[in-house]
Structure formats: C-alpha cells, structure tokens
Design a protein. Structure first.
Length: 160
C-alpha cells in the first residue's frame, strides 16, 4: 500500500493586515451580499473578482424555489467576468456571506461546483487565482484553487 499526503496552505489574516486592493475587494464582496436573491435560505453570498485590467466584477447567489436551478455567487461573478472580459485574467476572488444576523464568524468556503469553476478559470488563464474568504473574525487567503481542490479533475483526463 502506498499512502499519499496532501498538504494545503491557507493564511489567516485580519482585515487590517490586507493591502488596500484586497480590502476594496472584500468590501465589494460584502456589499454584493445586499443584492443576493435568497428568499428561501436567507443565506446571502457575495463574490467580487479582480481582473487583470483592474475592474472588479461582483456576483451574488440567486435562489429558485426549485433549488437546483439557483446559482452561487462565485459562479455568477466568474461567468460574468469571463463573458464580458474573456481576455482578462481573474487575479483574486473574494467571497463573503451573511445571514439576517450579520456576517459569519467563520470564513465560508466555496461549494464543490464552484471549486471546479475556480479551477477551470485558473486553467483558462494559466495563472493561479488568489482567493479571499471573509468572516468577521478572520480572512483566509488561499493562493490558488489547488489548495481548495486537491486531486482535481481537469481537461487532461478528457484526452486520449
């Protein structure tokens, strides 16, 4: 038997430890939660993507009474960015979530489907994407999707 060990690296920072650009991105993700359509779960998620051209694209979760028909904030932001600015790399993605009680005490990680889209976005532009996961108590900084999705599925498996 062979045993594999997978290690990931995540930094835990405070808001004040972030540079001004990352603070602006976190603020955009937090503000985006105000536009979420989450009448069923009351779980409001916002994402903000910083593109290589300096533009910030936001997205929000969009629920539907038929739950599988909704879409997460991360995918909303990335799909819009890739559609409107197909040549611009996504440098950093910030994610924030709140309930009616306020922002969460722990950083919210992306779901599995969003992790796969993050990975595809990185591979599309051949550049790791920084990911900021916001909470009231701390912010996680992840320097690429590989740390969120080890043993990932990619296009290399679709080739003969």
């Amino acid at each position: 038997m062979k045993e594999l060990k997978i290690e990931i690296k995540i930094q835990s920072l405070s808001y004040d430890e972030l540079n001004e650009q990352d603070q602006t991105l976190i603020d955009a993700a937090k503000k985006a939660t105000e536009k979420s359509y989450a009448p069923y779960s009351q779980f409001f998620v916002g994402a903000a993507a910083l593109l290589a051209n300096g533009k910030i694209i936001t997205g929000t979760n969009q629920e539907n009474a038929a739950y599988p028909s909704g879409l997460c904030a991360e995918r909303t932001a990335l799909f819009y960015a890739n559609s409107e600015y197909p040549e611009e790399k996504v440098l950093t993605l910030a994610i924030a979530a709140r309930t009616s009680s306020g922002f969460l005490d722990s950083p919210i990680p992306p779901c599995g489907a969003c992790r796969q889209v993050l990975l595809e976005t990185e591979r599309r532009y051949n550049k790791p994407m920084r990911i900021l996961l916001y909470s009231k108590k701390e912010i996680y900084l992840i320097n690429g999707t590989q740390d969120l999705l080890p043993l990932s599925f990619g296009s290399e498996y679709l080739k003969e």
